[in-house]
Design a protein around this ligand. Structure first.
Ligand SMILES: [Zn+2]
Length: 168
């Protein structure tokens, strides 16, 4: 495959572990992703298979996360439902400014436990989750944690997660 930018150099294919910051979460990495690189102009084409499945996998990890959700995770789950901030506010019976504060990185205001559990439930709806109810009990008693790191790999046409660590 010739580089679509400089149109002179043949792209070199390799497998890399990449950060998936496009999803809006800072701690997500994808393992062994196909990257086509141009040694001429430095162009890089990253191909991520089954993007919707990947988003779903990440969402389900967050739904089952044993700690409270971070602002960027709340935003990710809200978007996974296809909701604007206004939609979200309406569903949660809060004012739109409240949603902005939940999702704020700089001055976050913790989401009320009931709202967080409702958000998780709405995302989970339609998919069977074992021991979900048990998780809810645990989650409600936890404090927000620091950095959440998640590593995913693609195998047998599906995204699987390998590591999900909460770093304080
Ligand atoms: Zn090029």
């Amino acid at each position: 495959m010739i580089c679509p930018d400089c149109k002179t150099v043949e792209l070199v294919e390799k497998r890399e572990t990449i950060r998936f910051e496009e999803c809006g979460l800072s701690g997500v990495v994808l393992q062994d992703v196909l990257v086509r690189q141009c040694d001429g102009c430095g162009n890089r084409l990253v191909s991520i298979p089954n993007l919707s499945g990947l988003h779903r996998s990440i969402a389900m990890v967050l739904v089952n996360k044993p700690e409270r959700l971070a602002p960027e995770e709340i935003r990710f789950l809200r978007k996974s439902l296809g909701w604007s901030k206004a939609d979200f506010a309406r569903k949660m019976h809060v004012r739109p400014e409240q949603v902005s504060r939940w999702e704020s990185e700089k001055a976050p205001k913790p989401m009320q436990v009931q709202n967080e559990l409702l958000l998780r439930t709405l995302v989970a709806k339609g998919q069977k989750i074992e021991d979900y109810e048990e998780h809810l009990e645990e989650i409600a008693s936890k404090e927000p944690c620091g950095k959440f790191l998640l590593s995913l790999f693609f195998e047998r046409q599906q995204w699987h997660n390998r590591v999900a660590v909460c770093q304080g």
